[in-house]
Design a protein around this ligand. Sequence first.
Ligand SMILES: *[C@@H]1O[C@H](CO)[C@@H](O)[C@H](O)[C@H]1NC(C)=O
Ligand SMILES: *[C@@H]1O[C@H](CO)[C@@H](O)[C@H](O)[C@H]1NC(C)=O
Ligand SMILES: *[C@@H]1O[C@H](CO)[C@@H](O)[C@H](O)[C@H]1NC(C)=O
Length: 208
Amino acid sequence: MLSKSKRAFFLFLMVLTIFYLETVDAGDPNILSDFNLPANVTTVNGTFFKYSILQGLEGSPQTFQAVKASLKEFPALDGQSVSMAVLKFPPGSINPLHTHPRAAELLFLHSGTLEVGFVDTKNGLFNQTLKPGDMFVFPKGIVHYQYNRNHKEEAMAISSFGSASAGTQSVPMSVFNEGISDKILAKAFKTDIDTIRKIKAGIAKLRS
Ligand SMILES: *[C@@H]1O[C@H](CO)[C@@H](O)[C@H](O)[C@H]1NC(C)=O
Ligand SMILES: *[C@@H]1O[C@H](CO)[C@@H](O)[C@H](O)[C@H]1NC(C)=O
Ligand SMILES: *[C@@H]1O[C@H](CO)[C@@H](O)[C@H](O)[C@H]1NC(C)=O
């Protein structure tokens, strides 16, 4: 039997652990000032808080294009737990399977149509076909894709993220990483080495 004070102490530890885990899950770290300045900057005016993504809205790319406004492009986002991207889908194009390890994604379809979906940790597929004005949320860290199945019209979407630096990990590029041996991949996918080499050759074309 534990003494009353020991039980109280363990309870306290449990509450502390739960509180800590929730804080860790919440998103980007909280900052102790209104905003963060880059190390080489001492004062700013309104200009610092503006970023123009017009280049993302103009023109029609030949392949899927994501124009980002994240911490890297827009330093004022540091510590604010938000970022955005303009996504352009030429007819028939896809944004291949990927994850954002540090944030959920809220996608708003501006024009065209998009088939979107994600696979949860129980391997269930949740998909939808979006029309302009629709939104879709991709849960944090979950594998997802977007596909413009219309072969005539471009689609354009605007995505926001709950992190200044959501990160993107491409499933094809990471899983079929050049460094992972063909033998390991053949075992993982219960197939032969030739098949793995064919897939890797296709992905090498994506990289170049
Ligand atoms: C601060 O450093 C960044 C990145 O190196 C650079 O782009 C920027 O021009 C610098 N700003 C000033 C005011 O020196
Ligand atoms: C604001 O800051 C920018 C760059 O730091 C500078 O070019 C601009 O002249 C400033 N504007 C005003 C109104 O002081
Ligand atoms: C979801 O995916 C299935 C399987 O590919 C497809 O048949 C179905 O049309 C999709 N649903 C929507 C709403 O896009």
